[in-house]
Structure formats: C-alpha cells, structure tokens
Design a protein around this ligand. Structure first.
Ligand code: NDP
Length: 333
C-alpha cells in the first residue's frame, strides 16, 4: 500500500484528493500537516485522518511513503525539497513553485534522489481531453492550425483568499488557471508553446496589484497559434476548448473543470459526431498513475518536467503582460 502524508490542510485535498487517494485499493492517508495545530487536529478529525502534526519534520518523520503538497504556492519548493531529502515521493500542486528556476531545482533534486515527482495538472486526466488528444494524433482533424481555450470562471467566495490578495503566495489568475491551460494545450496538441503575448486585467475582485483576468496568445513549435482566456470574475461564461485543423474541428464544451463532465464534438466534411470518452474521476486517475509510477510502471500523468513547462509558460505570460511585449518560452530542459 502507499501511505500518504498531506502537506497543507487545504480545500482541494478536502474536496477531491482525500477521496481520490482512498479510491485507490492501495491508498491510505496516514497524516496531515497544517501550520496551525488546532486546524491540523480539526481537519484530521473531520477527514478521519489518524495523525495530525504541525511541523514538516513531524510529518516527514511519520511512517509515510509519499506526500501530497497543496499549500499556498510560495511554500511548495521548500516543502518538496524536504520531502525529497526524506526519501518521500512527491505529488505537488501547480504551480510547482513561483519561478521556473525553482521548479527546475525541485525536479532535479527528485531525479537525483530517484523519487517520483508529479504535478497535479488534473485536466490531463479528463476523458474529454484524452479523446481530443487521440483524435488529433490519429489525424481526424488533419493538420492542427489553431486552438481556443475558454477558461474564465467565477472564483467561489470560499476561495477568495490568498488567490486575490497575496502576490507573495503566488496569487493571481495566471498562476492559478493559465498554468493549467498551458499544460492542457501542450497535452492535447502534443506540441510545446514557444512564445506568448498576454494582456491581464483587474476587473474588480483581485487587489494588491494581482490580476483576475487574462487573455493570452500562444505560438507553438509546429506553427499552431492558440488563444486562452482565464478569469475569476465571470459568472456565466461557461468553459470550452477548441482545436481547428485542415480537415476538421474539435469543439469541446464544459471541459475546463474538476469534474468528468462536458462534451466533445468532431466536425468534418462527413458531418458532426459526438466523441464518447470515459468519465473516470480526474483526480482518482491522477492518483492511479502516480501509484503505478511508484511501482516503476510509467510516469505520473503530469511529470515534474510538465510542471516546469506550465510554470515557465505562465511566468512568460505575466512578463508579457507587464512589459507589453511578446515573450519567448524556454523551460531550459
Ligand atoms: P486553501 O486556501 O484551501 O489552502 C491553502 C492553505 O491555506 C492551507 O495549506 C492552509 O494552511 C491554509 N488554510 C486553509 N484553510 C484555512 C483557514 N480556514 N484558515 C486559515 N488558513 C487556512 O487552498 P486551495 O486548496 O484552494 O489550493 C491549495 C493548492 O492547490 C494551491 O497550490 C493551488 O494552486 C492548488 N490547487 C489545485 C487545483 C487542481 O485542480 N489541480 C485546484 C485547487 C487548488 P495550513 O496547511 O498551514 O493549515
């Protein structure tokens, strides 16, 4: 079995990851760490976790095989490096760190220690995105030409904390959502972004100079161009993902989400066809792949290198927005 320690008494762990770990036949949650002892104990009680601790040393000293890091983003680096040093496998939330250089440090340390490190880009595990990737790879839309990602949502009130008030914690919509879009575009297209131009806005929710909306234009290695829209302030926009090719288009609706929902339409000269895809829980599939990787079977669904790519892309978008210039994307891998 794989015994997990949770680093961070977070919402995402409570809503999705605790269940996803327990959904694995061989997954167990052994301990949770919060910086606040009372919160650790309360969280452990509410979620039926046997051990609550309030220091990283105590967590890493417990009988665990792997850690799931879902603290605020400025803490990921130091916590991952300590876990790697203690020989624990690491599934880390996105963005891996606040800078691409820090993400590279993390990934290099894991590699040197021979431990598994994964980035929790859940959307790669969505049946909808895997169906689109397969359709493109099988040539169903011919040569991909352009993509459009619609991922502007309304940040629920219970999450309107550090994301909109704390630049030092890695707040802002770009590090929150654009990282996912960059990763999902890479995954679906099977291509890497090489350049980005972005505009950001503060549309009334985020303070402290943080952005709560972004529009990015991406150029990929193959010549494909893509646009993505990320936001915290649009209540009624809906989400989607489209890829348009020389012989067809893929039009997916309601697929930039944490749930295995939505639809994917393939439109070609032969007409329109709804693609069928599996509806497995995204986070559960992520855990299944991660457990397999620990056994030496394959890789996590999003690797540390994938996390370096998505963070480098998001950081380039931020740099473009502040400089007013297009910025090259180089993950230095
Ligand atoms: P939360 O705000 O819920 O938790 C982050 C930290 O805030 C916790 O580690 C906790 O610190 C502290 N905290 C939580 N609740 C309270 C509270 N009531 N009072 C005071 N402090 C509190 O963050 P999220 O779960 O939304 O995000 C955590 C990470 O996961 C981020 O890196 C984010 O980017 C990522 N994420 C990824 C998603 C995905 O689908 N891949 C989705 C959502 C988030 P402590 O641990 O010290 O108690």
């Amino acid at each position: 079995s794989v015994r997990w320690g949770l680093i961070g008494a977070s919402t995402i762990a409570r809503q999705f990851m605790i269940n996803a770990i327990r959904a694995q036949g061989d997954g167990e949650i052994a301990a949770v760490m919060s910086s606040n002892p009372e919160r650790a104990t309360a969280y452990a009680g509410e979620n039926n976790i046997p051990l609550a601790v309030s220091t990283l040393d105590a967590l890493l000293g417990a009988d665990i095989d792997a850690v799931y890091i879902s603290t605020t983003n400025e803490l990921h680096l130091e916590q991952a490096l300590a876990a790697i040093k203690a020989g624990k496998h690491v599934l880390c939330e996105k963005p891996l760190a606040l800078t691409s250089a820090h993400a590279r440090t993390m990934v290099a340390a894991a590699k040197a220690a021979g431990i598994v490190l994964g980035t929790n880009h859940h959307l790669r595990n969505a049946g909808a995105h895997r169906a689109m990737r397969d359709a493109i790879a099988s040539g169903h839309i011919g040569k991909p030409i352009a993509a459009r990602v619609f991922h502007s949502v309304y940040l629920p009130e219970n999450l309107q904390g550090w994301r909109i008030t704390k630049p030092e914690a890695g707040g802002g919509v770009v590090l929150d959502i654009t990282v996912h879009d960059a990763d999902t575009l890479r995954f679906v297209l099977g291509d890497d972004p090489v350049e980005v131009s972005a505009f950001t806005q503060s549309a009334g929710m985020a303070g402290s100079g943080l952005e709560d909306g972004a529009m990015c234009i991406w150029r990929f290695r193959s010549g494909v161009i893509a646009q993505s829209h990320e936001g915290f302030t649009t209540k009624f926009a809906g989400t989607g993902f489209e890829v348009h090719g020389s012989e067809g288009s893929l039009i997916a609706s309601n697929v930039m989400t944490q749930k295995p929902v939505g639809s994917v339409l393939l439109r070609t000269a032969n007409g329109e066809e709804e693609l069928s895809f599996d509806r497995e829980d995204l986070y559960s599939r992520s855990l299944r792949q991660f457990h397999a990787a620990i056994r030496g079977e394959g890789q996590p669904s999003a690797t540390g290198e994938d996390g370096i790519w998505s963070l480098t892309a998001a950081a380039a978008a931020l740099q473009s927005a502040s400089s007013g210039k297009a910025v090259k994307i180089d993950p230095k891998l």
